[in-house]
Design a protein around this ligand. Structure first.
Ligand code: F6R
Length: 241
């Protein structure tokens, strides 16, 4: 595990974009695992800028997103499908048929999770998985638990995640209670992992994830065992490490 400390959010985003862009340049037909949330937005802006400058071509890449809320259609402005279109996909040149996100409208959880695991498997696995860090240590929507979940599964969001995400909805009652998420096995099997962490609100949980015991109570702590994981944190987030 390698920790890169950046001065602030902008530098963190540039450093993360350097790593992602290098991945795409070195393997143009790579599979990128992507995340939503506030942490990667700057990274996506930087990738868009580099694409428009002719430096990165995504036309041969495939993507698999980490997660999606259950019950939200892809055109709902809080769905992760909408987020990805708005923050990255519509600004660069991925082919639409190569973009994969769990289908939040599929009511049969078993069917959707099996479908998504098959998508990842058929792509040959993930070359580089981008992650944010949840305030409770979650990665994807793998919430603190007694065991590490393996493949794609449906989760009930914890109160802390609902509280953290309600800022994006009209009211707390509107925050979906369930989500589909890739499991820890899917994330750990990615050939490379890149996590971006920003702000002093993440300092204590980043300390626990990097320096505490490996435990499903802090799902991101499993990354200590990943053989090719880079964490790019800004100075505030890294202040306790
Ligand atoms: C998003 C995701 C989540 C976020 C995490 C951090 O697809 O899977 O694990 O990465 O909740 O969110 P932000 O970046 O908004 O602090």
């Amino acid at each position: 595990m390698r920790l890169i400390v950046a001065k602030d959010y902008e530098e963190m985003s540039r450093r993360a974009a350097d790593i992602l862009a290098a991945q795409v340049i070195l393997k143009p037909d790579c599979v990128l695992g992507l995340a939503t949330g506030s942490s990667p937005i700057g990274t996506y802006q930087e990738l868009i800028r580099r694409h428009k400058a002719g430096e990165v071509d995504f036309s041969r890449c495939s993507t698999v997103n980490l997660d999606e809320y259950v019950g939200l259609p892809a055109d709902h402005d809080q769905s992760y499908a909408y987020f990805m279109r708005h923050n990255l996909f519509e600004h660069v040149n991925f082919r639409t048929e190569c973009l994969n996100i769990p289908n939040g409208l599929e009511k049969d959880a078993q069917k959707e999770c099996a479908r998504y695991d098959a998508v990842i498997r058929d792509l040959g696995g993930i070359d580089m998985q981008l992650l944010g860090l949840g305030p409770n240590g979650h990665i994807g929507f793998n919430e603190p638990d007694d065991v590490f979940p393996t493949g794609t599964h449906m989760v009930q969001l914890t109160d802390s995640t609902i509280q953290a995400n309600k800022r994006f909805f009209a009211s707390e009652a509107d925050v979906p209670r369930y989500a589909y998420t890739m499991g820890i096995r899917d994330i750990m099997q990615a050939r490379r992992v890149l996590m971006v962490v920003s702000g002093k609100g993440k300092a204590e949980i980043l300390r626990q994830a990097l320096l505490g015991p490996v435990t499903p109570r802090v799902p991101a702590s499993i990354l200590q065992l990943h053989r090719n994981c880079v964490i790019v944190a800004d100075e505030e987030a890294a202040s306790q490490v």
